[in-house]
Design a protein. Structure first.
Length: 573
């Protein structure tokens, strides 16, 4: 046999000439089911049989046609074809006209039951351009799956493309189990395909299927692909000896079967291929035709890219679920924090009124005992007053913390001299310094100038830091320093409180500014308090536009630094 285009000798079974590369077929027949284009048959020297029998080349689903409805065969030596009706109740229609036997010409449309055939020259689009078509399908679906991270969209697009490339009637996509994404009521496969679930099902034309996983497919083929990680493909499964052991193939009368492993490409550091994460399964119980090599190669290339896209989509959806869970947890935590702050504020407010009454009566008792010379009552009365004032300070701390956490702390900015305020704070703590046998020193470095901030809150911060240093230092020294500084072009003041106390362990230093936190449990029993002083001081410093830093080592004391701008942010507004 010679090529009709270039005259070179060719194999009679070849599809294209090895010399010129052109198709050897005399014509091409394209199958349409409904409006969907299906298989393309190159027409050579052998005739095609069309009818309801499963061993026909093209099998019809219409029950009204005969076993051999029609036959397409070469017509003499003229290079043409003729189509002949083999007898049926409906008859054979060519371009809308019923005909027993007619010659076919390019563009002729043949109607056979529920199938339409289009007769074309071999090199027309849809006839001789299968490789180009396969490449364009592969390119378009790769662009589509790369444009989305939605797992369901990736699976549907991949499945549609494989059905189009292989000419199958229907397709299924299976993935190995991921407990985080298995839908409620999802079915597992039987026959030993452990951990594999159907995640998508489609028919030609893109319609989704509601068919359950185990109905109408060869799970034997699917299991073989998952175990070996290799493609299984046949255009006539019932006639191939290798498929004889698969009872499901015979029971279902399957012809075309393609099953592709879904496996992402291995990374550079990996020496072995990755195990499949799933499989693509498509089949056709009606048509029997050999696969074009380019279509099968395109389908296999698509399966590799699909494996990577599915793995990325799964990772993306897991991240989205994690983000959603974290957001819910954050919202719950914020709601709990708001509820806690509201409770603390309400509780503290309710405690203020009776406590103020107790303090007033206790102070009246002290005054009356002093006036009447009842010295025996004075120590107890003074202890009541002292304890009441201490409790009042704790309640005020809780109120301040609640206001700061809710963002309700109101600041009142006005001009003041930081040097004068600092001297007042230091002088007010000398009695506490003497109680613990500590020295308390004040050092000013240069002129501090004037600040426009909230002096009451600054005094509260400094008092907390100085008190903290004096409480945790025994027979040592506490030094309070201040200096003007400029940070990032903004003038401000730096306050430093250093002590020679016990210092703080690194693991505890990280929690110093947390509410209700102290350096260790023994401090609560020894020094009292709720552990709110530094937490409130830190939050107040932030509210004033600054921050508190700490340097500490066990056995070497601690240094707390407070940096504040000279003008409260927003004060000029």
């Amino acid at each position: 046999m010679t090529c009709r285009h270039c005259g070179q000798p060719v194999d009679a079974q070849a599809d294209r000439c090895s010399g010129c590369g052109r198709r050897l077929a005399l014509a091409v027949l394209q199958v349409f089911r409904g409006e969907q284009p299906g298989e393309v048959y190159p027409l050579g020297t052998a005739a095609l049989r069309i009818g309801r029998s499963l061993d026909n080349d093209i099998c019809l689903g219409d029950a009204s046609v005969s076993r051999f409805h029609a036959r397409i065969e070469p017509d003499g030596d003229g290079g043409g074809y003729a189509i002949e009706d083999q007898g049926s109740t409906r008859g054979l229609f060519v371009n809308g006209q019923r005909a027993q036997r007619v010659a076919l010409h390019p563009g002729d449309v043949v109607t056979l039951g529920d199938v339409t055939l289009r007769f074309s020259p071999p090199d027309e689009p849809g006839g001789g351009t299968e490789a180009t078509t396969s490449a364009s399908v592969l390119l378009s679906v790769l662009e589509a799956i790369n444009a989305t991270h939605v797992l369901s969209e990736v699976m549907d697009r991949v499945l549609d493309a494989v059905i189009q490339l292989t000419g199958a009637e229907r397709g299924f996509l299976f993935l190995t189990d991921d407990p985080a994404e298995v839908p409620a009521g999802a079915e597992t496969l039987d026959e030993g395909v452990v951990g594999l679930r159907q995640r998508a099902a489609r028919v030609r034309g893109g319609a989704p299927r509601s068919e359950s996983t185990g109905l109408g497919i060869s799970t034997s083929v699917l299991r073989l692909v998952m175990e070996r990680g290799q493609t299984v493909a046949t255009g006539n499964a019932a006639a191939e000896p290798s498929f004889a052991p698969f009872q499901s193939v015979a029971n279902l009368s399957l012809r075309t079967i393609v099953c592709l492993p879904l496996r992402p490409p291995r990374a550079d550091h990996e020496t072995q291929p990755r195990p499949p994460i799933g499989a693509l399964y498509v089949d056709n119980s009606v048509l029997s035709a050999p696969f074009r090599p380019d279509a099968l190669r395109a389908a296999e290339a698509l399966a590799v890219h699909a494996g990577l896209a599915i793995e990325n989509a799964r990772l993306f959806e897991r991240e989205q679920r994690t983000i959603a869970e974290l957001e819910k947890a954050r919202d719950r935590a914020q709601e709990a924090s708001r509820a806690k702050s509201a409770f603390l504020a309400n509780m503290s407010h309710e405690l203020h009124t009776p406590l103020n009454a107790i303090l007033n009566y206790a102070e009246m008792l002290v005054e009356r005992a002093e006036d009447e010379g009842a010295d025996g009552f004075l120590p107890d009365a003074r202890r009541i007053v002292g304890s009441g004032r201490h409790l009042l300070r704790l309640i005020d701390d809780v109120l301040d913390l609640a206001r700061l956490e809710e963002g309700r702390m109101k600041l009142a900015a006005r001009p003041f001299e930081p040097e004068k305020l600092l001297r007042e704070v230091v002088d007010g703590h000398r009695a506490l310094a003497e109680e613990n046998e500590n020295s308390l020193e004040l050092q000013l470095h240069g002129d501090l100038g004037e600040m426009e901030s909230d002096p009451r809150r600054l005094r509260q911060i400094l008092a907390s830091l100085v008190t903290n240093a004096l409480k945790f230092t025994q027979k040592g020294a506490v030094r309070v320093e201040a200096s003007a500084e400029v940070v990032a072009g903004v003038p401000g003041v730096r306050f430093t409180i250093s002590d020679t106390g016990a210092g703080i362990a690194p693991e505890m230093a990280a929690r110093l500014f947390e509410a209700f936190s102290q350096s260790d449990d023994s401090d609560t029993r020894k020094h009292g308090g709720l552990g709110l002083g530094l937490a409130i001081a830190s939050r107040l410093a932030i509210a004033l536009g600054g921050r508190i830093e700490v340097e500490t080592q066990p056995g070497r004391g601690s240094v707390f630094s407070l940096r504040l701008p000279s003008v409260l942010p927003g004060a000029a507004d």
